[in-house]
Design a protein around this ligand. Structure first.
Ligand SMILES: [Zn+2]
Length: 409
């Protein structure tokens, strides 16, 4: 038997650092002795790992554990990370967004900037995104927080291993190496940049900050983006397919084979018939692109007219509900989640379609008679994707804290 080489030893140590962090995160706080019992590692090894985590700033000592009466009192360790920052960025059709937290999960900065990015060249949009990131990074730096990881939420299919946007029909972009282009713009010493699908990241935010946390949901579908029907599927508290963006394209389920052409090139997709643009068209409201209005302003107008009982708007919402029930019934028959959470443009309109949609789904879904699915409006708001992106970066660092070695602090 040969001795393990230094690469193998380093890999084992990296994994052990993550195991210690995982135990502290799971229990809130832990003594070194408890960590040794939790992980089966000896106390010397645990002390060495804790020493490195203290140096990296990932954990901190939180005082003595008075419950340990026999022998030396144990110093409790808890998650730290107040000086380590993560950035969630978002490029979408009508806006850019940023959400910055520290590793402890405290929000330091968030911004939502309206911008018409349709058919703009990727380089120009990424110039603006880099400016937003730079400003945020230097703001955090002034507070003594060093940004260690960035995730960019994108409205399309992504290859997260290469950091590439494969295709975003609504932006008109394809094969765009977003992570590389953004890092080039951020210059030397820029933190690592990853990418993720916006709807999957919004589902990640819903899981950790929204109904997934407050109601303890384990299996749910999160559906709805600022103007489309991107969705994320959560099974056993994991977002299916990670952030790869190949899962949960409920918006491109065909619900009318002879229907209008969708931005993806197919006909009669759910998003083409039930997205915000279709709703505005049916309600007789000018598309926001033809006026100075943003999608958010158009949506506020729809909600206001619905409150007044405006017949064309109520009819348009009812028709949207009909198409949604067709697409979501298919998703329900596949996954039968305990809840569907409606975000994006659907959240402010939920009061006018949720009850009717619930009855539609109970009738259409095979298991609906025995166990109905809860329909909920998301409370996260328009920054769900950027919030999910920062949460994703945070989780990635906690799962491999050795990535923080060498971070300038
Ligand atoms: Zn489509």
């Amino acid at each position: 038997m040969t001795a393990p080489n230094s690469t193998q030893q380093n890999a084992v140590r990296r994994a052990n650092l993550a195991r210690v962090v995982e135990q502290i995160a799971a229990h809130g706080s832990r003594s070194r002795a408890q960590l040794a019992a939790d992980t089966g590692m000896n106390k010397t090894t645990v002390s060495s790992l804790v020493g490195e985590l203290l140096d990296l700033g990932v954990v901190r000592e939180a005082g003595r554990d008075e419950r340990l009466r026999a022998g030396r009192p144990g110093t409790r360790l808890e998650l730290g990370g107040e000086r380590i920052g993560v950035l969630g960025l978002e490029v979408n059709v009508d806006h850019l967004a940023v959400h910055a937290t520290d590793l402890a999960g405290r929000t330091h900065h968030q911004a939502f900037v309206a911008a018409d990015n349709r058919d703009r060249a990727p380089g120009a949009v990424l110039d603006d995104l880099a400016e937003l990131a730079r400003t945020t990074i230097s703001g955090l730096s002034a507070e003594g927080v060093a940004v260690a990881d960035v995730t960019v939420a994108l409205p399309g299919l992504v290859d997260d291993t290469r950091g590439t946007l494969l295709v975003a029909p609504n932006l008109g972009w394809s094969e765009c190496p977003v992570a590389t282009l953004l890092r080039e713009r951020l210059g030397g010493g820029a933190p690592p940049v990853g990418v993720g699908n916006d709807a999957n990241l919004a589902a990640f935010a819903e899981l950790h900050d929204g109904h997934g946390r407050t109601r303890g949901l384990r299996d749910f579908i999160s559906v709805g983006c600022p103007k489309g029907l991107g969705s994320g599927i959560v099974v056993g508290r994991e977002v299916l397919g990670g952030t790869a963006g190949f899962v949960g394209e409920i918006g491109h389920i065909t619900v009318d084979p002879g229907g209008p052409v969708c931005s993806c090139g197919n006909r009669g997709c759910l998003e083409r018939l039930a997205g915000l643009d279709a709703l505005l068209e049916r309600a007789g409201i000018a598309p926001y692109g033809q006026s100075s209005e943003t999608p958010q302003a158009s949506l506020a107008l729809v909600a206001s007219l619905a409150r007044q009982g405006d017949p064309p708007v109520l009819e348009a919402i009812a028709e949207m509900r009909g198409w949604l029930s067709l697409g979501l019934a298919s998703a329900m028959n596949l996954f039968h989640p305990e809840a569907i959470v409606f975000g994006g443009y659907l959240a402010p309109l939920a009061g006018w379609f949720l009850d009717g949609l619930g009855a539609d789904l109970d009738a259409r879904v095979l298991g609906g008679r025995w166990r109905s699915c809860e329909l909920l409006a998301s409370e996260l708001g328009a920054d769900a994707a950027s919030r999910g992106a920062s949460a994703r970066s945070r989780e990635a660092l906690l799962r491999d804290p050795a990535r923080l070695r060498g971070l300038g602090r």
